[in-house]
Write a protein that binds this ligand. Structure first.
Ligand code: PLP
Length: 384
C-alpha cells in the first residue's frame, strides 16, 4: 500500500537526482578531499561545487559556508563559536519555541554560568519584538532566533529582528533548518551573522548540515581537529552527503523560483477540509506568516497519539508535536509557550507536505480523518 508521507518537517525523502549525484562517491570517487594527490583533489573540487550550490540557495558566498554533520551541530557550533570568540560576554538570548538543538543547548550553558534569556511568544506563536529590544544588553554575546518554527510553521520577522539586534552590535544566529528551500532566504538582504541548515529537511541525506558564517564574523571552531573547512570545522568530510546536499540546494532553488503555489493549495485544501468535516478542529499558529508546507491543527478532546496510530493504519504519516522529541508524551513546548489549551495541545497534529505531495495524498487524509475523530471522540472521557 502506498505511503502518504506528510511528515516532511521531521525528514524528507532523498530526491532521485540527489541519490544519483551521491553514488559515485561511495565507489569510484572515494579519495580523501584533503589528500595531495589528484585522486583526492578531484573530490575536493566537487565539494567546492556543493559549497557554491548551498551558498547560492541563501545568496551567500561559498567561503562563508562550512559543512557540518547536521542542523543540531550547526546550531551548537554557531552559539558556542560566538561565545568562545568573546569570552568577556556572558549573555545569550533565544526564544521559548526553539528546536531542542538551540533550546536545550542554551539551557545547558545556562547551568555553566551563562545568563540565558528565553523570549516569549503570543498565542499565535509570534515573537514580541519589544521584548527582544529590551533583552539586549552590553553583556549579550549572541542572539539565536529561529527563522521559522518546525512545529507551528510560524515565520519570524527576520528583517525586524536583524534591525534590532544589529543596531546594538550583537551577533545574530538564525536556525533556518525548516526554512531553506521552502521560502527564499537572502543573507545579503537580511544580514544575519550565522545561519544553520540541514540536508535531510530538503531532500538530501541525513547526517549533513551547513553553517553560514558571514565574512569577518568572530567565530572559533566548535569541532576541533584537522584543517578542514578552512580550519573552522575539523573532521574528514561526509563527502557523498555533502555532494547530495549541494544538489538538493540546487533543486530547491529551482523549485522556489517556480513558486510554491501548488504546495500552498494542497496545504490549504487539507486545512479547510479538516476544519469543515471535523468538529472542534482549530489551526495553531499565525496563518498569515506560515511556512507553505506546514499545518498544525488541534482536534480538541482527542489524544494526538491515538490519531497518529489510527492514521498509521491507513499508511498515513504525520506527527504530534516534534518528531525529534517523540518517545516522550510531554506536551509540545511550542504549543505550551503559545498558551494553547491543554485539551487542544494533546490533540494536536502536524501535517507537513513537500513538493512530492499529491492531490491523492490530501484526499486520502480528508477521507479518513472525520471517521477517526468521530470514533476517538466517542471514546474520550472528556466528551459527554
Ligand atoms: N532546527 C530545527 C528547526 C529543526 O526542525 C531540526 C530538526 O527537526 C533541527 C534544528 C535539527 O536538525 P538535524 O536533525 O539535522 O540535527
Amino acid at each position: 500500500m502506498k505511503i502518504v508521507y506528510l511528515d516532511n518537517n521531521a525528514t524528507t525523502r532523498v530526491a532521485d537526482e540527489v541519490r544519483e549525484a551521491m553514488l559515485p562517491f561511495f565507489s569510484d570517487l572515494y579519495g580523501n578531499p584533503s589528500s595531495m594527490h589528484t585522486f583526492g583533489g578531484q573530490v575536493h573540487r566537487k565539494i567546492e561545487v556543493a559549497r557554491a550550490q548551498v551558498a547560492a540557495l541563501i545568496n551567500a558566498d561559498p567561503e562563508e559556508i562550512i559543512f557540518t554533520s547536521c542542523g543540531t551541530e550547526s546550531d551548537n557550533s554557531a552559539i558556542m563559536g560566538c561565545l568562545n570568540s568573546m569570552p568577556e560576554k556572558r549573555h545569550v538570548i533565544t526564544t521559548r519555541v526553539e528546536h531542542p538543538a538551540v533550546l536545550n543547548f542554551c539551557k545547558t550553558i545556562g547551568k555553566r554560568g551563562y545568563r540565558v534569556t528565553l523570549l516569549p511568544v503570543d498565542k499565535l506563536g509570534r515573537l514580541d519584538l519589544d521584548e527582544l529590544d529590551k533583552a539586549v544588553t552590553d553583556d549579550t554575546a549572541v542572539v539565536s532566533i529561529m527563522y521559522a518554527n518546525n512545529e507551528s510553521g510560524v515565520i519570524f520577522p527576520m528583517g525586524d529582528i536583524v534591525n534590532i539586534v544589529k543596531s546594538r552590535g550583537v551577533l545574530l544566529h538564525t536556525d533556518a533548518v525548516q526554512v531553506a528551500g521552502k521560502i527564499p532566504v537572502d543573507v545579503k538582504k537580511q544580514p544575519v551573522d550565522l545561519v544553520s541548515l540541514s540536508g535531510h529537511k530538503m531532500h538530501a541525506a541525513k547526517g549533513v548540515g551547513a553553517l553560514y558564517i558571514k565574512r569577518g564574523t568572530r567565530f572559533s571552531p566548535y569541532i576541533i581537529g584537522g584543517h578542514q573547512e578552512s580550519g573552522r570545522r575539523g573532521g574528514t568530510e561526509n563527502v557523498a552527503s555533502i555532494i547530495g546536499f549541494g544538489k538538493s540546494a540546487e533543486l530547491a532553488g529551482n523549485h522556489l523560483s517556480a513558486g510554491n503555489s501548488k504546495l500552498i493549495e494542497l496545504r490549504d485544501k487539507l486545512e479547510f477540509g479538516l476544519s469543515e468535516t471535523c468538529p472542534e478542529a482549530r489551526t495553531n499558529g499565525d496563518t498569515e506568516n506560515r511556512l507553505p508546507n506546514t499545518l498544525n491543527i488541534s482536534f480538541e478532546y482527542v489524544e494526538g497519539e491515538a490519531i497518529l496510530l489510527r492514521l498509521n493504519e491507513f499508511n498515513i504519516c504525520a506527527s504530534s508535536g516534534s518528531a525529534c522529541t517523540s518517545g516522550s508524551l510531554e506536551p509540545s513546548h511550542v504549543l505550551r509557550a503559545m498558551g494553547v489549551p491543554y485539551t487542544a495541545i494533546h490533540g494536536s497534529i502536524r501535517f507537513s507536505l513537500s513538493r512530492y505531495t499529491t492531490d491523492d495524498d490530501i484526499n486520502k487524509v480528508l477521507d479518513v480523518m472525520p471517521g477517526i475523530i468521530k470514533e476517538l471522540r466517542e471514546l474520550s472521557p472528556f466528551v459527554k
